[in-house]
Design a protein around this ligand. Structure first.
Ligand code: BGC
Length: 417
């Protein structure tokens, strides 16, 4: 079937060469890239496809982590009106593949040699039953801190290298009257912080045992109590208006000098760059103290929903090929804040944080310290992910103390299995 699609791409290409560009089919793309930095990155993809003659129908559904986008997707598919291509994360991709809803991308993958260049950790979510079912556009990671350099300089705070130093730094910022930790109280953001805190308090093995293997003893352990205690501590450094704030507005607080730190995935870097800020001069990027060496990753991938029209299939094949081209992977990820989803992309065009991210991803992959993000769908299926969200967010909002949160976590995960 895929050979047929590649054939169609060639036919479409030939058509484009001889007739007007307007004849190529449009792609409708469902995604949740709605912040300034995300939109800038999305434009790189849009321009690439439009340059090849494919029209772009935008279907944005705001909401970091993609929960709202996935709800919209379900409604569209149920109504028999699936978009051409969909931004998706981790286990959601596998779930849709198991429902038989996704197009097989084997031909494009074989032609472009994806097997040799896409890391195994990503292939685990881009292939189902041995067949390629999505095109990974990037690798993000969540255990990052973004810091306003001027605030740290002014207060004489060095970049923290341990959890205790991090807390001492936040204490000093709080005493100065500024917000120590910029945060948006939304379940996925609380969970994003949680990724880094679990790695910091428990290390990679604990992370894997508790959140990948879902070992009940680890989930109910004293180490988990320490994780929630650390979450309680972080809660004391956010401002009074944190509830419901979007993540990019929290990034803006650090960018504008209202707040010193944000714990957030490296999509936050896209906001700093979009505001003209320079890593090392205006802002610092470093791993959540105590989690150095570990990388909790999530990879945005584009899955194609099966379509019957030849033009539609050609457009999907062209989009998949465009996403995976090395030059696109560099151009896009430089803007997005993420790193390439292929191992053979040079790091020349990336800034210091990007180079660090690329090196750390490779090192973590070979050291066995690369773990799927709990918050962003790479540790568990949606039911378990959502159960964890509920407990983490209830605790962060003061509904549970740390000890109760540990008990509730065990119950919630057990109930979701
Ligand atoms: C996605 C990123 C996105 C972020 C915030 C994450 O789940 O992987 O691409 O920038 O959510 O919207």
């Amino acid at each position: 079937m895929r050979n047929k699609i590649i054939g169609k791409i060639a036919v479409a290409g030939a058509l484009l060469a001889t007739t007007s560009l307007a004849q190529a089919e449009d792609v409708e793309v469902l995604h949740w890239w709605t912040s300034g930095g995300e939109a800038a990155a999305l434009n790189v993809l849009k321009d690439d496809l439009q340059g090849q003659g494919y029209g772009w129908i935008d279907m944005p559904v705001a909401g970091g982590g993609g929960e709202a986008a996935m709800t919209t997707l379900r409604a569209r598919v149920t109504a028999g009106d699936a978009p051409t291509a969909v931004q998706m994360l981790g286990f959601d991709i596998l779930d849709w593949a198991e429902e038989g809803a996704l197009a097989n991308l084997d031909s494009v993958a074989a032609k472009e040699g994806w097997d040799a260049v896409v890391p195994q950790a990503l292939q685990a979510f881009a292939k189902s039953d041995g067949h390629w079912i999505s095109a990974p556009v990037n690798v993000h990671s969540t255990n990052w801190v973004w810091a306003n350099k001027a605030i740290l300089d002014e207060l004489g705070i060095a970049q923290p290298t341990t959890w205790d130093e991090f807390i001492a730094a936040m204490e000093a910022v709080k005493a100065s009257g500024k917000t120590a930790l910029a945060h948006g109280g939304q379940a996925w953001q609380d969970a994003t912080i949680f990724d880094g805190v679990v790695l910091s308090a428990g290390g990679t093995e604990f992370y894997k045992t508790a959140f990948i293997d879902l070992d009940m003893d680890a989930l109910g352990s004293d180490t988990m109590l320490e994780v929630f205690n650390r979450m309680t501590t972080l809660r004391s450094y956010v401002d009074d208006n944190f509830s419901g704030r979007d993540w990019n507005l929290a990034s803006a607080m650090v960018i504008n000098g209202e707040a010193a730190f944000q714990i957030m995935g490296d999509w936050a870097k896209g906001e700093f760059l979009n505001a003209g800020k320079v890593p090392g001069d205006d802002f610092l990027c470093f791993r959540v103290p105590g989690s150095e060496g570990a990388v909790s990753f999530n990879s945005d991938q584009f899955a194609m929903f099966s379509v019957s029209s030849e033009g539609g299939q050609a457009a999907q094949g062209a989009m998949a090929a465009a996403i995976m081209s090395p030059s696109f992977q560099s151009a896009f990820n430089v803007v997005k804040g993420s790193v390439p989803a292929r191992t053979d992309v040079p790091n020349d065009a990336f800034d210091a944080c990007g180079k660090q991210g690329m090196a750390e991803l490779a090192a973590a992959a070979s050291a066995g310290t690369l773990v799927g993000s709990i918050a962003h769908g790479h540790a568990n299926r949606a039911a378990v992910k959502n159960a964890i969200y509920d407990v983490v967010t209830a605790h962060f909002n003061g509904e549970y103390d740390a000890a109760t949160a540990v008990e509730e976590l065990v119950n919630a995960v057990e109930g979701a299995l």
